[in-house]
Ligand binder design. Structure first.
Ligand code: SF4
Length: 477
């Protein structure tokens, strides 16, 4: 076991991610750690990270003798012995109350050690990576750059340029750990809804009627509103646009109007219409894709291109599926063929989707396969593109009593679209988890079941955008 060195909670290099995520979460994790079960998608990410680390370990083993460190003292001993690569090193600095666990410590020709981590990320400039690797450098106390073995096979180096952010992290964590009370923060729907402290924080935000609970109201805008005496949703709802000054993240007539209506909508559950919904004439086909970002080469693989043509029933659901990354190209071609067939079959095709993801993915695929000049692709991405983003219509025209304007939030709401997915647990991350089970499953029967569940989910997604289209038509008159 390690040396008993710390009289109180040490700051760990791995705390960087939580510190960036939310200062309160970093504080709560130290002061009142919550036990929670890792959800299947995050488990998938953890497993993929471990697999990447194992790949790097195997590569290093081919080049150097490697010894695994068992403790802080053992790490020191191995370093004194000059072991070429120390796996799972443990570093500490008692006076600074700092700890770091680099995946690898690699002996440089100078005799000093370089810290190295295997990261699934494709970008070494992410703040959490810079801080984590920077803490290892700080603990080693030399000038050698830290090494990052990235998810796309690249090796990146981080040197003195990251010292500033490391100092900021250490200073801020020290202040945080000295706090007797949890730090005051603002609500962020995307972060808070998946946080293990969600229930306790939400109760407090609701009790305070915190304006950051509203869709589109940034935490910093909430701070500035508080400075001018607007501290609750009810106060914001009573504001006049003209009396509301521009504050960061809430500037201009349109945004302020929307913010006030959003506050009113949240208090009354009313839908406010800002503009007439303009929906193009033509034959609507609903479109949604499922993609796996955790591929071997880290190029996303669209395993399902789902389409709902006229008929708009589960029986008319059509799709292009590929079993694995090696069939990616065939899946893409099959999708293009289906689109071309619809183009011939129907007049004025409208390919409706929710968010920019589908269009961005088509662009990526066209580039990946050098098919920017393919006739179907130029039609899909050209000036007369049939692609039509329903999310834009929602955001341009409506203010809804919701904290998130995701397809699911709008469609599932009983007073809005009121469309329910057959599988309540399903979602885009759920679909990726099922696809990974499909990939690793050897039984053909089980594989068929998994594929069928993913198809049902995607079919419900396009059925939902169809129901959203119908619901939006009432705002187009
Ligand atoms: S629920 Fe939100 S505010 Fe509370 S700790 Fe989590 S991320 Fe921070």
């Amino acid at each position: 076991m390690g040396i008993s060195i710390f009289s109180h909670q040490p700051i760990k290099a791995s705390d960087a991610s939580l510190w960036i995520y939310c200062a309160r979460r970093a504080w709560l994790d130290k002061q009142q750690p919550s036990t929670y079960v890792t959800d299947p998608f995050n488990q998938l990410l953890i497993d993929a990270g471990l697999e990447h680390e194992a790949t790097i370990l195997a590569k290093l083993k081919n080049q150097y003798p490697i010894i695994r460190a068992e403790s802080f003292e053992h790490t020191l001993t191995l370093m004194q012995q000059g072991v070429p690569v120390i796996y799972q090193g443990r570093l500490f600095n008692e006076s600074e109350n700092l700890v770091g666990y680099p995946d690898f410590l690699i002996r440089h020709e100078s005799g000093e050690y370089q810290p190295a981590d295997a990261k699934l990320s494709l970008n070494e400039n992410k703040k959490n990576i810079q801080i984590q690797l920077g803490i290892y450098r700080y603990l080693l106390g030399n000038q050698l750059p830290a090494i990052v073995f990235l998810g796309d096979g690249r090796t990146a180096f981080l040197g003195n340029e990251i010292d500033g952010i490391v100092d900021e992290f250490i200073a801020d964590m020290r202040l945080l750990l000295d706090l007797q009370q949890q730090p005051a923060v603002r609500y962020s729907h995307s972060k808070c809804r998946v946080c293990p402290y969600h229930a306790q924080c939400l109760a407090e935000f609701k009790a305070n009627e915190d304006p950051s609970l509203l869709y589109g109201i940034h935490g910093r805008a909430t701070d500035h509103l508080a400075d001018i005496g607007i501290t609750t949703i009810a106060q914001l709802a009573l504001c006049k646009i003209e009396s509301l000054p521009d504050v960061p993240h809430l500037k201009g007539h349109q945004r302020k109007h929307r913010a006030i209506l959003q506050a009113q909508s949240s208090l009354t559950n009313k839908v406010f219409q800002l503009n007439k919904a303009v929906l193009p004439e033509g034959t609507w086909i609903h479109f949604d894709i499922e993609n796996n970002p955790l591929t071997q080469d880290r190029d996303q693989h669209v395993y399902l291109w789902g389409l709902l043509p006229p008929g708009y029933t589960r029986e008319s659901f059509n799709y292009s599926w590929s079993d694995n990354e090696s069939a990616d190209y065939q899946g893409w071609l099959s999708f293009l063929q289906k689109i071309e067939a619809y183009r011939v079959q129907f007049t004025s095709v409208i390919l409706a989707h929710y968010s920019n993801h589908e269009k961005a993915t088509i662009k990526k695929y066209a580039k990946r396969y050098a098919m920017e000049n393919h006739s179907t692709v130029t039609w899909l991405l050209g000036e007369d593109s049939p692609l039509f983003d329903l999310q834009k219509v929602v955001l341009d025209c409506l203010v809804l009593p919701l904290q998130s304007y995701s397809l699911k939030d709008i469609c599932k709401h009983p007073n809005l679209v009121n469309f329910q997915w057959r599988n309540e647990e399903s979602g885009s991350q759920w679909s990726i988890v099922q696809f990974h089970r499909f990939l690793s499953e050897s039984s053909q029967i089980e594989k068929r079941k998994l594929k069928s569940a993913i198809l049902d989910y995607n079919c419900d997604d396009v059925m939902a955008t169809r129901q959203l289209e119908i619901w939006l038509r009432r705002f187009s008159l």
